[in-house]
Design a protein around this ligand. Structure first.
Ligand code: ZN
Length: 90
C-alpha cells in the first residue's frame, strides 16, 4: 500500500515538469509585456504567431487609448521581439 502511493506521487511530478518544459521550447510566444510610450504603463498584449515572423500594425493602449506602432519579430525559437513606438512620432 505504501509503495503504491509513493509511485503515484513520483509519476505525477515527472509528467508535470515535462509538459512545462515542452511548452516553453516549442510554442511561439502569444503574449508580450510592453511599455506604453505615452503613459508608461506596462501592458500585456496578445500576439498572433500565425501572422508571420515580421509583423507591423497599430494597436491602442488599453490604459490611455493612444495608438501604438507595433513591430513584432519572431526569432527561430518562437520568441517574440516587440518594439512599441508612439504612432504620432513616427
Ligand atoms: Zn498608454
Amino acid at each position: 500500500m505504501i509503495d503504491d502511493n509513493e509511485l503515484d506521487d513520483l509519476d505525477h511530478d515527472e509528467v508535470e515538469g515535462e509538459e512545462d518544459g515542452r511548452d516553453d521550447d516549442e510554442a511561439a510566444d502569444t503574449e508580450a509585456m510592453v511599455m506604453c510610450p505615452y503613459c508608461w504603463a506596462s501592458v500585456e498584449i496578445t500576439l498572433d504567431p500565425g501572422s508571420g515572423n515580421a509583423q507591423e500594425y497599430v494597436e491602442d493602449c488599453e490604459v490611455c487609448c493612444q495608438p501604438w506602432q507595433l513591430n513584432v519579430h519572431y526569432d527561430e525559437d518562437g520568441r517574440a521581439d516587440v518594439v512599441v513606438t508612439a504612432l504620432d512620432e513616427a
